[in-house]
Design a protein around this ligand. Sequence first.
Ligand code: ADP
Ligand code: MG
Length: 227
Amino acid sequence: LRLEVQDTERFKVISELTGVFAHEIRNPMQVSRGFLQLLDDPDLPYRQKEYIKLSIEELDRANEIIHDFLALGKPSNSTYGTINVSEQLKRTASLIQTFSVNQQVEFQTDIQDDCWMKADPQKLNQSLLNFLKNAVESMPNGGTVSLSCHNAVDGHIRITVKDQGIGMNPKQVQRLGSPYYSLKENGTGLGMMVSYQIIRSFNGKIRVESEEGVGTEFVIEFPGVRP
Ligand code: ADP
Ligand code: MG
């Protein structure tokens, strides 16, 4: 699959297809996974246990890909509601905290009240989760993730996600947002593509500052609105 991230028409087609298939595919996968688990008897020969384990891992991987794509599949209304980003971000922050419960990652949030913008809250949430997830994953030895949201003086809503992780070189930063770009062993390379697309669809801009061995900061700016 080759996909130009700027190619909005093709992107729309893909996102519609995804929406149709994602949920339908997940159900039979869950059923298969359940039966595989039932088959997994401790007395089975090693080879058979190994096949079951691999099958479950592959199903989980497929599920992960669907998850990363899912936000694309939600019907895209051209008119979004006005949402309170501050409230939204507080919920996102507590979600990510459960995700990273067994990593030694600390969270710092600095969320100004009453930041409003036009967006689909579910999509915005999914895209911010992807940034936060990457931030956590960039720090295998722990560290701090900072999440902030402010009304900038120029009327923009400015959201930042900052980590103290492995960082990226300029070439890697440039490739962010292209499909299947992943440096992780089990990465999908879809999270950033989805997130970049979502943010652009809300007229947002993304700036990345990153240094290898120091960390990464994503600065995301949206046009602000009055409630
Ligand atoms: P995945 O997380 O599945 O690898 P993503 O699209 O979410 O896919 O991210 C693509 C790649 O961008 C990652 O594999 C990683 O190399 C790089 N990346 C994204 N965010 C960060 C970050 N905060 N710190 C370091 N590298 C990052
Ligand atoms: Mg990711």
